[in-house]
Design a protein around this ligand. Structure first.
Ligand SMILES: Nc1ncnc2c1ncn2[C@@H]1O[C@H](COP(=O)(O)OP(=O)(O)O)[C@@H](O)[C@H]1O
Ligand code: SF4
Ligand SMILES: [Mg+2]
Length: 320
């Protein structure tokens, strides 16, 4: 098997705010190989974005990050801002949910793509302009020669997200982190964006970390899945295996609710009864216990370690 291009080990993130400490991410590990799509799923607030911002080195100074993020053998936790700035955009790129806020409204899209190429790859203005057209074509924007001269407000939401992807992959990064890239878009437009991600992975071998709460998206595109709950990984595995036989009660609940008859077309993470626990303290217990139908005394006394699932009483794998 090829070496992972991104390897995150024991990553924890806490924030100090008003004398309190919030443990947003607790001891997360994952890796992704060239050309592989890893999906990270979990309810809102479970630490998906903080994990990716920590990976990119983009958290504010109030954050304390421990653990390791290795990109192609280079350690990013504790790296200087200068070093991180070089890595970001070049080797490691990220796209966000809302493309409008990340684009500059007063510059043409061609100019914005071109600036990245000139800054990171030292292309001339003319070369950068040519390459911008190629990149728009790569992300499936029709009539790229005309579009490159347009401003963000002249484009639809889906087209703007494609421009963001073009900017992200301009320098051919080895890893692309996509944080809910289709959440703000309607379903047909979403499908187009997923096609773009798929083709990037095939044509460029880009490794993709896809953060989403849309389980339909996960089934369509991911190779492996990481399920997060309250800042921890509760289950991980190959996508078909995990869908066919979820072991953690949380994963089981998520999938059960989605796959129930009558739930067709319901692609978002369903509500599971109970509240996500406060992240002020990460107890020596299973954080899912207050909501778990299978919980026993042990679950509130001892923290389950992650194997395929972090659970004392996982759903059994049925013999087939
Ligand atoms: N800058 C910050 N300061 C303090 N707490 C934060 C900060 N950013 C995120 N958090 C907290 O970290 C937790 C995880 O947030 P996030 O990663 O954004 O969740 P999501 O899974 O929805 O992306 C939340 O409880 C959130 O309130
Ligand atoms: S460890 Fe216990 S409480 Fe946690 S998910 Fe498993 S059965 Fe439920
Ligand atoms: Mg988020």
């Amino acid at each position: 098997m090829t070496e992972p291009v991104l390897k995150v080990s024991d990553l924890s993130v806490s924030f100090r705010s008003g004398g309190r400490t919030v443990h947003a991410v607790d001891d997360i590990s994952y890796e992704v190989r060239p050309g592989e799509v890893l999906a990270v799923v979990g309810e809102s607030g479970c630490g998906k974005s903080v994990t990716s911002m920590a990976t990119m080195g983009l958290l504010p100074p109030t954050a304390t990050v421990t653990g390791s993020v290795r990109l192609g053998g280079r350690e990013l936790v504790g790296a200087s801002e200068k070093e991180l700035a070089r890595v970001r955009g070049n080797d490691l790129a990220m796209i966000f949910q809302e493309p409008m806020t990340s684009l500059n409204p007063v510059l043409t899209v061609g100019r914005q793509i071109g600036e990245v190429l000139r800054r990171h790859q030292g292309l001339s203005r003319k070369q950068a302009a040519e390459r911008a057209v190629e990149l728009l074509d790569l992300v499936g924007i029709p009539a790229p020669r005309r579009r490159v001269g347009e401003y963000p407000h002249q484009l639809s939401g889906g087209m703007r997200q494609r421009v963001m992807i073009a900017i992200a992959v301009a320098c051919d990064p080895s890893v692309l982190i996509a944080d809910e890239p289709t959440t703000a878009l309607d379903v047909t437009v979403q499908a187009g964006i997923l096609d773009v991600l798929r083709s990037l992975r095939e044509r460029l071998g880009t490794a993709i970390v896809l953060i989403t709460h849309d389980l339909g998206v996960v089934a369509d595109i991911a190779d492996r899945v990481l399920v997060m709950y309250a800042g921890r990984v509760v289950e991980h595995g190959e996508v078909h295996e995990l869908y066919a036989q979820p072991r953690h009660p949380y994963t089981n609940g998520l999938l059960g609710a989605v796959l129930k008859p009558g739930a067709e077309g319901k692609r978002r993470l369903p509500e599971i009864p109970g509240l996500v626990p406060s992240l002020e303290a990460q107890p020596d217990a299973c954080t899912f216990a207050p909501r778990c139908p299978r919980a026993t005394e042990r679950c509130t006394a001892e923290r389950p370690q992650l194997d395929r699932a972090a659970c004392w009483h996982p759903h059994e794998v049925e013999a087939r």
